[in-house]
Ligand binder design. Sequence first.
Ligand code: FE2
Ligand code: FE2
Length: 153
Amino acid sequence: MTDIEKNANAITLLKKDHQKVKQAFAKYEDLGPHAYVGKKKLANEICAELTLHTQLEEEILYPAFRENLSDEKALVNEAKVEHDSAKVLIKEIQQMEADEELFDAKVKVLSEYIDHHVKEEENEMFPLMQKSDVDLVLLGEKLTQRKQQLNKT
Ligand SMILES: [Fe+2]
Ligand SMILES: [Fe+2]
């Protein structure tokens, strides 16, 4: 087992996803205003990545948080509401063409939502989990397994 695999607990895995999406949003910004094919393709990739990520968090991370940090429920409830708002935008983006008037704006607002949400997860939720009794290595294994399963379907 490499050092990277040994350290692949739930938090490092999720942070890696966050980084990947952040880079994809930055790449989107760099595409020219008329690069419709490229923008649609990249937006679809971002939406797929976020859909998978939010599902994994809701199935595996958030329940573990609720169970072990019952005094901090407000934080996880807020995170769930943020996921739900993001999902509305994701669905709209998936149904739009890149040359539509509001397409860039939807992607931009989604990136701002996600940026805010990721900061709360990384600065508030994850540190609380690290201090709790949650087995982050086990959770990491569950996340990896479920991700592989969902990627196959
Ligand atoms: Fe999240
Ligand atoms: Fe996340």
